[in-house]
Write a protein that binds this ligand. Structure first.
Ligand SMILES: CC(C)(COP(=O)(O)OP(=O)(O)OC[C@H]1O[C@@H](n2cnc3c(N)ncnc32)[C@H](O)[C@@H]1OP(=O)(O)O)[C@@H](O)C(=O)NCCC(=O)NCCS
Length: 235
């Protein structure tokens, strides 16, 4: 169960910490989840996936999201109503903020209060170098090239997950040029947003956090923490 604000203070956290709960689950093995909590729209969306595997993953992901968020809001899972930003970012009324990410059979959810967040999760997989040419900024490509072949995969996924987390925290998706901002990607540089041309003030208000979910699963969280300390808590 997530801890309440009062419980956090008792456990020694300061009132200024932003606690972000991290939930991770396997979409293919969570078969006993109650799917009756899905809304009509979610059931319709599940039905639009051609392959049963993807139908099931979407349904399990969304139902698990509802069951977890219900613990934070006190509402029944089926009663949660999502509203959507201009580029499709789901949100709840009230102070509970969350973001979901999935990669193959894995899903992760970050939940906090009063702080807009973005989460990205990726399975390590072979990538062609030209993906970096297409998606990364000139600065990022230079840093990645300097890592050489041995550091390419780690550097690539650090960069990819951080960029995606930034976009997701802002709720922008692909409405923003991917070369209009830079993130760190070398092993020795702390996760950071270095430049964000569409809104330069974002560099000071947003923090980035690296997450090793599992040996094969890497992730990043971006949080509009405005310089408050952020604590990631695995659930
Ligand atoms: C939704 C988006 C932001 C991410 O999609 P994705 O890559 O499939 O990522 P994830 O699995 O991490 O996230 C999907 C979830 O994010 C949430 N989401 C949807 N739109 C969102 C938005 N605009 N902002 C934040 N979160 C969003 C939803 O909960 C969604 O789950 P659902 O598909 O079950 O509804 C996509 O619109 C996008 O623009 N992706 C950019 C892809 C890319 O080229 N990245 C390059 C990085 S270098």
């Amino acid at each position: 169960m997530p801890v309440s604000c009062q419980q956090q203070e008792r456990q020694g956290d300061t009132a200024l910490d932003i606690n972000i709960d991290l939930w991770v689950w396997d979409l293919d093995t969570r078969q006993n989840i109650d799917l009756s909590v899905l809304s009509k729209e979610e059931q319709q969306r599940a039905g639009r996936f051609v392959q049963p595997l993807h139908q099931n993953r979407y349904g399990v992901g969304r139902a698990t999201l509802r069951h977890i968020l219900a613990q934070y809001t006190g509402s029944a899972a089926a009663d949660l109503t999502f509203r959507y930003g201009a580029n499709g970012k789901p949100a709840l009324a009230g102070d509970v903020c969350f973001n979901l990410s999935h990669s193959e059979q894995s899903a992760a959810l970050a939940v906090t209060r009063g702080c807009e967040i973005g989460l990205d999760l990726e399975h390590y997989r072979p990538v062609e170098p030209d993906l970096a040419e297409r998606f990364f900024s000139p600065c990022e490509r230079k840093e990645l090239a300097a890592l050489g072949p041995a550091g390419f995969a780690d550097g690539f996924f650090r960069c990819w997950t951080r960029k995606e987390a930034v976009l997701k925290a802002r709720g922008e998706g692909l409405s923003v040029e991917l070369n209009s901002f830079d993130v760190t990607l070398t092993p020795d540089a702390p996760p950071r947003l270095l430049r964000y041309a569409p809104d330069p003030a974002c560099v000071d208000s947003l923090t980035l956090h690296h997450i090793d979910f599992a040996p094969e699963l890497v992730g990043a969280i971006a949080a509009f923490s405005h310089a408050q300390p952020v604590k990631l808590i695995r659930r």
